[in-house]
Design a protein around this ligand. Sequence first.
Ligand SMILES: NC(=O)c1ccc[n+]([C@@H]2O[C@H](COP(=O)([O-])OP(=O)(O)OC[C@H]3O[C@@H](n4cnc5c(N)ncnc54)[C@H](O)[C@@H]3O)[C@@H](O)[C@H]2O)c1
Length: 317
Amino acid sequence: MRALVTGSAGFVGSHLVEQLCASGWQVVGVDCLVPYYDVAQKQANLAEIEGLAGFEHVDADLRAADLPALLQGVDVVFHQAGQPGVRASWDEFESYVQHNVLATQRLLDAARRVSLRRFVYASSSSVYGNAATYPTREDTLPRPQSPYGVTKLAAEHLCGLYARNWDVPTVSLRYFTVYGPRQRPDMAMHRLIQAALTREAFPLFGSGDQVRDFTFVGDVVAANLAAVTADVRHGAVLNVAGARSHTLNDVIAVVERLTERSVALDRRPAQAGDVDRTGADVSAAETVLRWSPQTPVDAGLERQVRWHIDRLGRRSS
Ligand SMILES: NC(=O)c1ccc[n+]([C@@H]2O[C@H](COP(=O)([O-])OP(=O)(O)OC[C@H]3O[C@@H](n4cnc5c(N)ncnc54)[C@H](O)[C@@H]3O)[C@@H](O)[C@H]2O)c1
């Protein structure tokens, strides 16, 4: 099987490439190393995957790339590329529209001209905003709370409409706060672990009582792989989330235990666009994908803490 993984130098994309190569796939990864966060981290991700058997990296921007050439012989597209981050999306909306909406439409338009087994789109819990009900099911009316969420929802709708009109075999997976080794440096767990290990203060936005379903990156990769073979309706939308909800204060306590350090909190007001709670009903993914999250948050965090320690060790040596 041959896959096109977009966003392959990123957090989720690089893990997906690793697992696909380990399973014997031929993988073309495309990424243009958008400097939203330190490009050195993306280069380090690439360095981890570049030598893998079956992997080929293409440095290209989906907004301009020769997509028919990239899709040649491809069975499955895993579209992970995107402009993430809730807070920056207020000021940089054009970039979010370009990378999340226009790039996705270009890719879908090229995909409708080839024969694919599956087109998996990395959607987001951000489409829900402050949802009317918890745990939130996929048929809950999406009401994004940030410009980022609006662009992720728009791209999800594009996946639905290319499925209905052109039978592109899309499935949108709504990821809930993904964490694990290589997590993006703008995400709370990354900043928290880094603060604990370097004895710096952790800027805590809001009370810390905000509730999230944290999802280990290995479980997200497994859901992507399950989507390839599952008997899934074209255009389907599925929640992909961890098994239990936790507050940020819970996570702080776990990180303090794992690092054996207490974290100094720099308390700040909640930020526009942040939601109070995310919490998924994953029963649809359990039924359709025969997938369920396997990694409890303390076990996943232990692996992420180890990654941070190794990384800090490499930097100081
Ligand atoms: N990490 C999470 O918690 C989370 C939650 C919900 C949804 N998502 C979605 O999952 C996907 C992966 O997220 P991540 O955390 O790995 O982000 P990431 O920023 O680490 O990875 C995304 C990659 O896409 C690349 N990219 C962006 N625009 C591109 C373009 N036009 N052409 C080529 N490459 C481009 C970037 O350079 C980056 O390396 C994103 O679409 C994101 O919206 C992530």
